[in-house]
Design a protein around this ligand. Sequence first.
Ligand SMILES: Cc1ncc(COP(=O)(O)O)c(C=O)c1O
Length: 411
Amino acid sequence: MPVMEDIAWNVVEKSDVAKNTTNPIRNVVDRLKIPPNPEKTVISLGLGDPTAFGNLQVPVQAVKAVQKTLLAHQSNGYPPAVGYEKTRAAIARRYTRPEAPLEANDVIVTSGCSGALEMAFSALAHAGQTILLPQPGFSLYKTLCDNKGIKVKYYRLIPERNWEVDLAHVEELLDDSVAGWLINNPSNPCGSVYSRQHLIKCKELAAKHRLMIVADEIYEDMVFSPNEFHPMALLEPRIPLLACGGLAKRFLVPGWRVGWILIHDQSHALNQIRGALVDLAGIILGANSIMQAAIPDIFEHVPESFHQEVNQYIGHNADIAYDCLADTPGLSLLRPQGALYMMVGWQVDRFGFEDDVQICERLISEESVLCLPGTIFGMKNYIRIVYCAPPEMIEEATGRIKAFCARHYRQ
Ligand SMILES: Cc1ncc(COP(=O)(O)O)c(C=O)c1O
């Protein structure tokens, strides 16, 4: 028997797929491993995980629904690849509207919204084709495309106009290779919520160019009064659309890994795409069986008041963060309207910093506050603030950021 070390193994380097699968968050966060200031406790405003601080609790009705499902011993086998029929039906019931009707057949249950996005991109584009992505935007979009050899082009969001889509820029980017257009509303990382009029303009542009929209609505209805969320499917409902969503944010359970694709296709333009999604679902066999089986019960029993309270709590935190930083010389920011995020622009030359990555390094080393640099989301010289920590921590952290600004700002 040869010694193992002597064997020339075939597998000597990463596969091309692995090489093409990079997570930009990791690359940048690894650069931020700076020892924090020992005099101050670290406050992380970095990750969009609403469970991180224990202050936002999963609805008790959802926990009971999962318990009941487990004890029933009926959901331990492989679910159908596209999800249990009763789960698909419950999701369809929740989202169906007279102007945009949905049936169980129009729903694919996926492993998180990430799984939904992956399947939507794979169904729409093959290697070498292009998906249009927002800039700034959630970095996973590019990772999913790179992994499949799908090209990406970024369209601008306009900070001065509530981070709306620069529609003229979208038109400039169009060519024969473009197979899909990702629109994220409410937005990670901007915290913006689009008006009805703006969303209609987006859909009209899609119709003009026969461009398939993938709507990432994982933050659906996570909006702060008086803002309103408009599901894209309900506006110009005859224009086909794949809407991606999930339980993660609204029900405060990102670890449960349940998401879905809603296929809105009144004109039957998506028959091939529908088939593709069914085929692609066969790779992973959807979401965890227990969690997806609990969905009908979760939807039936978690009261609307739960979501309203969460929105109020998070919206209040957003106001604390915004009000603290709004008038700070050298910063530019908009009051968040929804989701969990706020982007803060920095006049870096006024502060004597190189860029947003350096700002984040200095914030952690001087103030023990962790934020992610906008570079991760494609927006240099911005930082992203997550405001789901308890209000007193948000107050403390943004107060430290303000003091940091006062110390470094030069007239
Ligand atoms: C904009 C956006 N889309 C999709 C996802 C992924 O959601 P899930 O955790 O359900 O995979 C996230 C998660 O943070 C997100 O911010």
